[in-house]
Design a binder for this molecule. Structure first.
Ligand code: HEC
Ligand code: HEC
Length: 151
């Protein structure tokens, strides 16, 4: 008896469902849950700009300096390192770019090498540009001062 009722209910549901398809639902009837309409493209998110031409102050003494120019076009891989094209001697003088410091040539055993050492080869591991984006959360960050107690 129970199964019979269920079978009738199922048949009814199917019939109604098919009925729904038969009448057809217009695209314009669909109400989107998003703030924009379902058939409208969302506006592209704004693109942040790299803050250029500013010498970013370091927040603490040992900080790798921030990059004052965009870096996305410069290839860094096993064969090429375009950052070095401007930042290594002798190109640095020609390009009027700051030369990488001697610490970039010291290997993990403390031995000074003649070429940039592997542990400083991937520049963007340590040096990053800054975007004009607002901080994601409010914060009270203050750079470390020259207080000798901090060293
Ligand atoms: C076309 C030449 C050129 C290339 C390529 C280049 N830079 Fe620079 N870079 C400069 C110049 C010129 C400055 C100095 C800009 C200034 O003082 O406003 C600079 C500044 C910097 C500084 C700031 C140094 C300091 O003491 O404040 C860092 C860090 C830096 N670049 C990292 C990089 C990295 C990492 C790459 C590769 C992704 C790169 N640069 C590629 C020309 C270049
Ligand atoms: C492991 C982190 C690290 C990597 C990788 C690294 N650097 Fe640095 N870089 C530093 C630190 C820390 C300083 C500041 C202290 C110093 O002079 O070494 C610095 C300083 C610099 C400076 C400023 C030098 C000066 O005298 O003002 C430049 C330019 C620079 N790096 C470019 C590069 C480039 C180009 C690469 C890639 C070939 C690179 N760095 C890779 C950590 C790094």
């Amino acid at each position: 008896m129970k199964t019979k009722i269920m079978a009738i209910a199922l048949a009814l549901a199917l019939a109604l469902g098919i009925g729904g398809i038969a009448t057809g639902v217009e695209a314009s009837d669909v109400k989107s849950l998003r703030p924009t309409e379902a058939n409208q493209a969302d506006a592209a998110p704004s693109i942040y700009k790299v803050v250029e031409g500013v010498r970013h102050e370091r927040a603490y003494r040992q900080q790798p300096p921030l990059v004052p120019h965009p870096t996305d076009k410069y290839e860094i891989d096993v064969k090429v390192n375009q950052c070095l094209r401007c930042h290594e001697w002798p190109y640095a003088d020609q390009e009027k770019a700051p030369k990488i410091s001697d610490l970039h040539y010291i290997d993990r055993s403390g031995v000074r090498q003649d070429t940039v050492n592997g542990n400083r080869y991937f520049c963007k591991q340590c040096h990053v540009p800054q975007n004009d984006a607002k901080p994601l959360v409010e914060n009270k960050f203050q750079p470390a001062t020259l207080n000798t107690n901090l060293r």
